[in-house]
Each structure stands twice: as structure tokens, then as C-alpha cells.
Design a protein around this ligand. Sequence first.
Ligand code: DPP
Ligand code: ZN
Length: 868
Amino acid sequence: PVEKFRKDYKEPDYWVRNVDLLIQIHDGQTTVRGKLSAERRKGAQESATLRLDAEDVEVVSVLLNGKELSSSDYHFPEKDVLEIKCGLPDKFELETVVKIKPEDNTQLSGLYKSSSMYCTQCEAEGFRRITPMLDRPDVMAKYKVRIEADQKSCPVLLSNGNLVSKGEMGEGRHFAEWEDPFPKPSYLFAVVAGDLGSIKDTFTTRSGRKVALEIFSEHANVDQLDWAMQSLKDSMKWDEERFGLEYDLDIYNIVAVNDFNMGAMENKGLNVFNTACVLAKPSTATDSDYERVQGVIAHEYFHNWTGNRVTCRDWFQLTLKEGLTVFRDQQFSADMTSEAVKRIEDVRILRAAQFPQDDSPMAHPIRPESYIAMDNFYTATVYNKGAEVIGMYQTLLGKEGFRKGMDLYFKRHDGTAVTCDDFRAAMADANGVDLEQFERWYTQAGTPTVEAKASYSADKQRFELVLSQSCGPSPGQPTKQPYHIPVRVGLIGKDGKDLVPERVLELKEASQTFVFEGVKEEPVVSLLRGFSAPVNVKLPRSDEELAFLMANDQDSFNRWEAGQELFTRSILANVKAFQDGKDMELPQVIVDAAKRTLLLEDIDKSLQAYALTLPSLLTLGAKMDVIDPDALVAACKFVKESMAKKLRAEFETAYKSNQLPSEPFRNDADAVGRRRIKNVCLDYLMALKEDKYTKLCLDQALQSTAMTDLVAATSLLAGSSDEAARKQALENFYEKHAKGNDLILCKWFTMQAMADVTTSLSDVGALLQHPDFSLKNPNKCRSVIGAFAGNMKHFHAADGSGYRWLTDRILDIDKMNPQMSARLVSSFSTFRRYDQKRQALIKAELERLIATSGLSRDAYEIASKSLK
Ligand code: DPP
Ligand code: ZN
């Protein structure tokens, strides 16, 4: 496999200005005629040949300026490259006719068939699987598309831009012609053909453009589209208000598809969505489903400016559009729900998914330096850490300064393909600041650590904070230069109020001293408020100080953070005790703090719930020198159980007082928060393993009408040692809710794959044989195989059985869908964080993968890099 490097970027020898496509869909075979209007780049050699990307297409003919070329004028010099060997004029039209088979396309990249519909996925490099093209994002062209298909099976024919004509062709066939007035890179191309239902609405932009909105799905799912539509309108309005950005076409279409590798895709004017990110109605969707739909609809909509109007010059710049757009969708969701809650959720994801990646052989800067398969770099680092980096601009420049930077970015670059450096320059120039050093966030991998030392002089009323930063080695980067880190700091007095105004310290040196004058008493420092940078913090504190912060910090994030730190300490101490065969203990200070939180009355219920939720196993694992899955799971169980023993009455009361009537269903912040805290309480009570609470949980599992409550209770029972209750709950969930609904089936699969029961491995084996399971559907693969790879105890079974099982599944899937198999390989990437024995077992599996002939380059890349 060939590795590509960022430093090797060159402009192409030819630009394609127009693409004219004829797509003739027939059952079993599709013909694509692609006409490219191209010109040689000024400065390119006249002898430069045209090398088009072309993958899995059968070339029927090639025409240059209307004249068919003889087969000696073109060839495939390497796999997936169609080279035109004859001389080319400065400007020309090159036409290819190719045959493709969407029905056999199990990779789900290019044009493929999902259930009864045809659809496309072109990012990152799928367009070349439809028609030969310079398939790279800096080649931007205007597209005209004519789709022809059977009228009965494909009454709906969609592509990007505006519908310019449609009609019947006889013999039961019909056509539609679409034209997109905006030049775009090929990865934003899309086509959909199928028998779809839809809902319609309109949105009038603030300059008065009336936009027709339509969301399509299979007919049976049309009743689950309203929330997506509401979210779309909210997003359109929000982007006008917050960033002055208006929609630019007369049509905005969204299509829900069952089989989809990613969450969704921002194709110009025609978003294609994984059903999991668009369908929602009260009887089928949990609160987090609602939040996900809202966030992803917004994300894809926001791409219209950050991604489509201004796109990436090359794929190394992916975070230019993804980090920025994730940041934008996070800000939107914060405005639509609660800023404090959203921040906690985002940091939880970052710590569970990105920090471990940063600490593995797969660590890469948010702007990677090289890749073998680009699809492997749609990572938590590029997306979520990328969003944190964008957030730091806003923290450094303020909201207004950030907006100025965004305005300048669009003014300079609208309609072009640019780099992360261009974005940074716009931020710097618009604000007249120097952001040179800030580039290191783009060049260096790894999570920095900020260490703080505080000293106070009562005489001088002066407080000094010495901040030092460091960042461990990562692949290819043995040493790191200091980052430019914004550190938001508050100094809290005994009464819980800030003693001086909060400051954003700019840490740029390896070590720096910051002085606060006029500090009337010795303060408690609240460091990195709002998680103002994606770093780990080291600051020696007593448990009592943490409890104080948990109760008093005016920054809601740091109140939560203090509680998490308390939990983490206790769990890690108990891990040690477990390993040493000593008794585990729960310090009273934690019980007291949790009790205070439980008894608070006028607190946001979601904040209350998160304050009582233990850090995730992955987050805790990242804090251990060597991850010991058994000890970690045991320590968490112990903490939960001991807490429940001490606070049984409080948990019961909170559980009861947060019950909601089943009618009418509400999903406002209060209702969501109540379900959240109620289910946290149930989780604690279930840790007691008493019949009384199993019964309570079973009642909820059998009788609830809210999907959130059903899933919470059934998941708890899926991990229960009470066999009868477990069986009853799972059967009930399947029969009453999951059967016939793929998305709910996935929840049912996941709760079993994640469960900590002795039969976990044989259970997931059985799920693969379940009639509702299909290895071809990415959502189902993720819900069984991906979920099991996240089952800390059983995936990491000491005998290696979980590892062997995963490798076998990866090899099955790799033949069909390399993007999917590569994702699963990455579950092995953190293997060096485990003990020697497990390391050896995983290493053997990675080696087995690499030794398999015909392994995809996608899977090969992750496996081989993980071993480095
Ligand atoms: N560009 C898509 C998204 O993140 C992923 N393929 O929205
Ligand atoms: Zn995106």
C-alpha cells in the first residue's frame, strides 16, 4: 500500500471545470457517461498526461472532444488510475462510458444499493467508483446530472442543486436532470433514486429567499422525520444569527438511508443520512437519539459554509471543515439545550475517545502528515480535538473576535479550496494578533499536561501561579515544542465567590509565572474553567478542596470536574487495593459530596445526573499506568455499590420524585434531566443486587413508555445476574419494541454486547446468528461487534478469546466493507496500555491480520501502524 504525505502536495496538471453526467440505472447494472470539460493548468507541462482516478469501473469507451479513442490511447498504468496517453490540447472535453454494479457494492462507497434505494457516498474517495475523475477536493467543478431509472421502483430521482427537467421516456422509464450552480469538489456529489416518502416545509432566509425543505425516507419511516425538520429550521436560523450565514440554494433535501458507513454526509443541497442520525419519534427514540439527530442535522447543514462554500485543498486539511463544523454544531446544541450540560457531554466524549487515541501508536496531529487510506482519518482527533482547537481560538479572541475571524475567512476564501493555515491567518489578521505558535496544535500529536503550582502571600495580597506544560512523545515526534494554551482561571474565596475577575492566561512557554494582585485571602484555584484547552491538568489538592470546588465553583464545568476527580481518585485507589488483595474503601468525603448533590433542589437535573455519574472505563483506563480490566471493573462496581449502601434512601427518593407521567410525552430540558437523574439513581440501586430493586427495574423495563427509560432499565437488567429478570426484560424489549425496527434492534443488540455477564462472548456469537442481524449493515455491525469491543471486561478476557473473536469478525467484514473492518481494528490500537500478557495476545491478532492475504489497505494501515 502507498502512503501519501502532506508535504508532497502539488496542484493537479489539469483542472476540471464542468462535469456532465448521465447515469442510467438498470437492475443489476448501471451505465455512467461522464463528460469532463478540462483545461491544462497554467504552468503545467504540455506533455503532462491526464491521470484520472477510476476504481472498480469497467471502461466501455473513452472519447476526446467527441472522437472515440482507440484502446491504445489509454490504459491503467496502476490499479485505480486511468491514464490518457495521447496528446491533449489546452482545453478539451473528455468523455468516458463505464459500467458499474451498485447492487454488488458492499463497501458502501460510490453508488450502491441500500434496501430498495440507490444512493451514493463520495467522501472521501468514492466518486472515482462512479466515473473516472480527478477525484481530489481542490478540483472544483460545476455539475449537471441526468438520472434515468425505472419509474415504478425509483419514482424519486435526486441530485445536487436545482431540478431543471424531468419526464417520462417510455417503456416504464423516466428521467430527471439536476444542475448545481456552485462549483464543488467531487466528494460533495450525490445521487439518490428510489421509492421514497417525504415531509415538506419551507424556510425563508433573512434576505427573503424561500427555500423548499424536504426530508425523504422509506415510506414506513415518514412519521419519524418531524424532529429532523424542526432541527433543520432551527439550524438555518441559528447560523444566520450567530455567524450571518444564509443558505444559498432554493432547495434543501435530506434522505435517510439504512446502510451507511458514517453518520451523515453534507452533499451540496442533498444530504444523505444514516437513519440513526435522522429518524426520531417519542415511541422509538431516546433522549440522546433526539440530541444526536439535532446535532447531526445541524452539523451537515453548517457544512454548507464550512466545508462546501469553503472546502479543503487536500485531505490532510480535513479538520479545517470537520473541527470547525463540530465546534459549530456544539455551540448550536449548547444554545438549543444547556451550555453547561453540553460542555460536559463533549468533554466526556473527548476523554473517552480521543485521549486514548492520542496516547496510542495511532496518535496523529489534527492535521495528519500522512495516510494510506484517507477514510481511516475520520477520527476523534480530527473531529473532536479539532473542535477543541477551534474553541481555543474563541477563548483567546472572545466571541466577537472569533466572529471577525470567521467573516474574514469567508471574505477571503469563499468558493475556494484552502488550508488550515489560511483559517489561522484569517483569525490572526482579523484580530491583529500573532498566532504563529498556535500552529503547533496542528503539527503535534499527543495530549499536553499542564502542571500548576500555587503560592500566596497574605502580606502582599498576591497570588502566584506557576504553570508548566509538557507533552509526551508520539509516533515520529520524540520531543514537543510548547503549545499556546489558553487557561481560564478563577480564584475562589471561602464564601465560594470569586475574589478577583476570572482571567484567561496564555501559557506559551514551557513554564510561566502568572501573578494576581489584590487577592484578599488565600484562594482555592479553579483551573481550566470550561475545559478551556484539551489538556490534562496536574495540581495537588486534598479531597476536601475538591469537595469544596464541587459545591462552590461558579463554573459549572469545574464543579462537575471536581466530582469526577474525586471519583477517579477513589476508583484508582481501589484498583490498587483490589490488585493487592486488600479491602476496598469508599472515603466518607465522597459520600457526603454525592449526598449534597442529590439533595440540591434548584439544580439542573442533567447536571445533577452527570455529577453522580462515574467517569467512563475508557477515561479511567487512560489514567492508569497499566490498564487492568478486571480490577477496574471491580473497583467501579465497589464504588457504586458502597455509595448505594450509604445513600439508599436518597437514591430511592430521587428516583421516585423524578418520575414523569407517561402522557403527554415531553422532551424539554427538565423532562430529559429528570429521566437522566432517575436512571442514574436506578443504576446505583441495581448495584445492590437486591430483589426489591430488580423488581423496580423490571417494572420500568416492562411498563415505561419513554424509550430512554426502557433502554436504561433493560440495559441494567441485561447485565443482571438474576437470570429470570434478565430474560424477561430482554424478551419483552425485543417483542414489544425492537422487532421490525432496525434502529431499536441495534439498541437491543448493544445492551447485550456491552453486558457484564459470564456468557458475554457466547451471547454476541449468538447475536450474529440472529435473523435480524446482518453483517452488511454498518449500524448492526457496530451495535454487536463494535459494542463488544467496548466491553472492558469480556473483550479483554485474559485468555484472549475476545481478541480472537474480534479478529475473525474483522476478517469476515473486511472482504465486504474495508472502512468498517478498519474501524474495528482500531479497537486493538491501544494494546500497549494493557499488561504484558494481553499485549502479547493482541499483538498476535494484529500480526494475524497483517499476514492475511488480500487484507484491505484500510485494515492494513490501522493494524500495521498500531504495531509501531
Ligand atoms: N463529512 C461527513 C461529516 O462529518 C463525514 N463523512 O459530516
Ligand atoms: Zn462533518
